[in-house]
Design a protein around this ligand. Structure first.
Ligand code: PEP
Ligand code: MN
Length: 279
């Protein structure tokens, strides 16, 4: 039996259907940036980052309250108190907040404090979670599973769409390969392939894709060049002191410089950087 997929483009001329997080439109003329720490650590940390984002014209902030750590002995996130901190920052700075949801029970308590749910790689095929996120309307950034094929990635998105929530943004964050020097292998061809297959916006997370802060700027530029509809970047006031993913966090100064580097790339592919670079 042939099946029509909700994620699918109807033809080569079917444009990307934009998805909005706060005032940022993903899948349109702009290339918005989502930036922030891997983990919420303190209100002071969030304040410092929020001030930088505002100065750079970045309107979406990320920060993990619940962390899916490979080791059970790694920092697991501040949990509920972190959600309160994010909500406070959201109000004070008028920033759109994106945070990872790991369980069905977290969906409700997060709902009024955030603007977008993130489904992490390790939960890309948590089908009950996907179904539940399909039953509400807030946007979902769905990260590609550690070893997921593009078809599996799209099927995961389909679970959310099939539930009635059209607001799904796909995030390529690298896949596991045989190469240990980079944390993952950034699949830029996969981004271009997804752009052919689906009307859903596709963003790239070069932080988790590389695991090394020195590689983040080059891969961010490359992602925009290949047609990504946005970027997700891990940034921290003192990257080496980050409680999680320290090696891949860029400094706030580097984030500032990177915005200027991305802008001409965005323009070269007919887009605008949403942020300081566009002024
Ligand atoms: C994260 O965004 O901090 C994260 C855990 O990402 P991923 O699910 O891509 O590993
Ligand atoms: Mn992280």
């Amino acid at each position: 039996m042939s099946q029509k997929f909700l994620y699918a483009k109807h033809g080569p001329d079917d444009p990307t259907r934009p998805v909005q997080i706060g005032s940022a439109v993903f899948g349109g003329a702009d290339v918005p940036v989502i930036a922030g720490p891997c983990s919420v650590e303190s209100l002071e940390q969030l304040e410092e980052i929020a001030q930088t984002l505002k100065a750079l014209g970045i309107v979406c902030m990320r920060g993990g309250a619940y962390k899916p750590r490979t080791s059970p002995y790694g920092f697991q996130g501040l949990g509920e108190p972190a959600l309160d901190m994010l909500a406070q920052i959201r109000r004070k700075y008028d920033l759109a907040i994106i945070t990872e949801v790991m369980t069905l029970e977290q969906i409700g308590p997060m709902h009024d404090r955030i603007d977008c749910y993130q489904v992490g790689s390790r939960n890309m095929q948590n089908f009950d979670l996907l179904k539940a996120l399909g039953r509400q309307q807030k946007p979902v950034v769905l990260k590609r599973g550690l070893s997921a094929t593009l078809q599996e990635f799209l099927y995961a998105a389909e679970y959310i769409l099939a539930g009635g929530n059209p607001n799904v943004i796909l995030c390529e964050r690298g896949i596991r390969s045989y190469e240990p020097m980079t944390r993952n292998t950034l699949d830029l061809a996969g981004v271009a392939m997804l752009k052919e297959l689906t009307h859903l916006p596709v963003i790239v997370d070069p932080s988790h894709a590389t695991g090394r802060r020195s590689l983040v700027p080059a891969c961010a530029r490359a992602a925009v060049a290949v047609g990504a509809d946005g970027l997700m970047l891990e940034a921290h006031p003192v990257p080496d002191q980050s409680v999680s993913d320290a090696a891949q966090a860029i400094s706030l100064e580097r984030l500032h410089a990177l915005m200027g580097e991305i802008e001409p790339v965005a323009q070269a592919v007919g887009r605008n950087l949403h942020g300081e670079g566009s002024r």
